[in-house]
Write a protein that binds this ligand. Structure first.
Ligand code: WQD
Length: 342
């Protein structure tokens, strides 16, 4: 049981991970600037876990406010760093917003982590570090291609900073978890993805179309060199993703000896096309999702899905939720989401 500072705590993956950390009896301190989340998430964490957590409303770019968190909580022994902007297409439209928010914020956090001797760091990285990889599925040693978006570049830079720090700093162990496409919602139906900025990811958009909030889903291109012409992605249930963080923390605690940065793919290992995701939605809901093929979206990679053997062997992690579980849990959440955001 240790004290963990979670940045991006009221966000989608952060809030679900906190529930898993609390279930393992860790003490959690939550921090978020609420740019893309609502404080209600903390109430839902309490309803689901039966525990409430100390929280701070701080932007990582406010270094002296962030320092206060370390001063007031000298028992912090690990940081799980989620706080970042994460839309591929928004980063193409607003690159400097992404570079400033995702990289400057991370640098201040790491400088304070080292200054206050916090030994463990888990970084929310992404499969976008691979770019348009030639390997499929990608493994952790697949060479990085140029990032296809400013978002992807902020994750490549973040991993590079961590690798340099892990090599040069005593008493500092770091793990980078490379998420594929996070989706789905907590089985209770009380928590799920509820971005307060514009919804841009495929699964939440499918839900909004299904709920009649949008007339149809725009499919960004069906002329890709894939089995049905649409992009292939690896959708991973947010609860599987949450468990990966708790297991990564356990791994760091069990291996405090000086190690270089360790990276792990956290994906289902299953490549799913856009049309196959739509078919899954239709299967679990009995509806027929209306969609229209439109032009390709800048920044999209053609196909990517995970080889997660390393996480299985070293962290003891593997996904337990299926694609249909993802779509049905997201659909259940869609019906509760508006009350959560009201
Ligand atoms: C998925 C596919 C679109 C919307 C995400 C996260 C990023 C990172 C990687 C964790 C693409 C297509 C989408 C729509 C569509 N994950 N699409 N119509 O770009 O793979 O990136 O996973 O760090 O944070 O954003 O996800 O959901 O935006 O797109 O056809 O209306 O769905 O072209 O092929 P992406 P996405």
């Amino acid at each position: 049981m240790i004290t963990v500072l979670v940045t991006g705590a009221s966000g989608y993956i952060g809030s679900h991970t906190i529930i898993d950390l609390l279930s393992q009896n860790h003490k959690v301190i939550g921090l978020d600037n609420q740019i893309n989340s609502t404080l209600k998430a903390y109430k839902r964490i309490e309803s689901i876990s039966g525990k409430n957590i100390k929280t701070y409303e701080v932007d990582l770019k406010e270094k002296e406010k962030l320092r206060q968190v370390f001063i007031e909580n000298p028992d912090i022994q690990a940081i799980i760093h989620f706080a970042a902007l994460k839309s591929v297409d928004e980063s193409v439209e607003q690159p400097t917003l992404y570079y400033e928010n995702n990289i400057v914020g991370m640098i201040y956090l790491l400088q304070l982590q080292v200054e206050y001797n916090v030994p463990f760091h888990i970084f929310s990285s992404s499969c976008t570090v691979y770019g348009n990889s030639k390997d499929m599925p990608v493994t952790e040693s697949s060479p990085w291609m140029p990032a296809e978006s400013p978002y992807g570049l902020t994750k490549q830079v973040g991993e590079q900073i961590l690798a340099n720090l892990a090599n040069s700093t005593q008493n500092f162990g770091a793990i980078s978890l490379r998420y594929f496409n996070p989706a789905g919602a907590h089985p209770s139906g009380l928590l799920g993805e509820a971005a307060t900025k514009t919804v841009r990811n495929l699964i939440p958009l499918i839900m909004e179309v299904g709920a009649g909030k949008r007339p149809l889903l725009q499919v960004y291109g069906d002329d890709y060199p894939t089995r049905d012409g649409t992009n292939i992605r690896d959708y991973i249930h947010v609860m599987d993703l949450a468990r990966a963080h708790t297991l990564a923390l356990k791994h760091l605690e069990e291996h405090p000896e000086k190690l270089p940065l360790q990276e792990f793919n956290i994906g289902s290992g299953q490549g799913v096309s856009i049309k196959e995701a739509i078919q899954s939605f239709n299967r679990v809901t009995g509806l027929k999702l209306p969609y229209q093929i439109v032009a390709r979206r800048p920044g999209d990679v053609v196909a990517i899905y995970a080889d997660f053997t390393k996480a299985k062997n070293l962290l003891g992690w593997h996904p337990i939720y299926t694609l249909d579980d993802i779509l049905s849990s997201a659909w259940a959440w869609e019906k509760n989401k508006s009350e959560f955001l009201s």
